[in-house]
Write a protein that binds this ligand. Sequence first.
Ligand code: ATP
Length: 237
Amino acid sequence: ATAPAFLSVWGMQAYYGESYIVQDISFNVHEGEILALLGRNGAGKTTTLRAIARMDNPQLNHGEIWLDHKPLHKMKSHEAAQAGIGLVPEDRCIIPGLTVEENLQLAQIAPPIGWSIERLYDLFPRLAERRLQEGVTLSGGEQQMLAVARALARDIKVLLLDEPYEGLAPVIVDEIEKTLRIIKSQGITTILVEQNAVRALELSDRAVILDTGGIVFDGSAAEVLGDEALRAEYLAI
Ligand code: ATP
């Protein structure tokens, strides 16, 4: 028998109100890897991330989600967060009226286990320089860094990133990519949803492609990069 995957989604269906968005999807994520979750607009990527983080919406009607032997499907969002899930949503959700440092302090569990604020500043020197600046006045790239740092401050095991590169200049994307490699080297598992599929695939170990709420590909990221027909059909690249 093979060991169960670190994060496992099995037979998951997720819906909003009357509409089923994700239909019976199953995939595994291995500990410490970066998995790109790709697909066209509306394919169900954000819905999948929100379902794993156990947000109130979408609702699950079938299926199981396991993280390190813990049944996420039975949990509420705050319990999934405690179990180690860190969702960084597309809008980043920096808290207004608080400085960079206060945003981090508010997220941090006490006492910090892995990621002290000083260690986060080593990882994101730009945040250290701006520690007393109000978080919402940061540039888009800096806000993305703060959102990731805040997730790490909670001592997560799995980082769920929803379009982290959106609206950012290529040099800032380079910087964030470098940080994501360091985070991976620290053993954190990442699911990366990105419209910029080429950049996401270059960083990722494996890829899952969604189309109209179902999985159409599950394999290595290099395989997707090398398969022109697959890229054209589902990723328009
Ligand atoms: P995008 O890249 O455009 O963000 P996506 O793959 O992340 O796409 P989702 O955001 O998961 O796609 O959306 C999948 C479908 O679910 C879309 O048809 C969307 O309109 C629908 N949907 C998303 N959120 C809700 C909601 N709160 N209520 C009803 N339908 C929703």
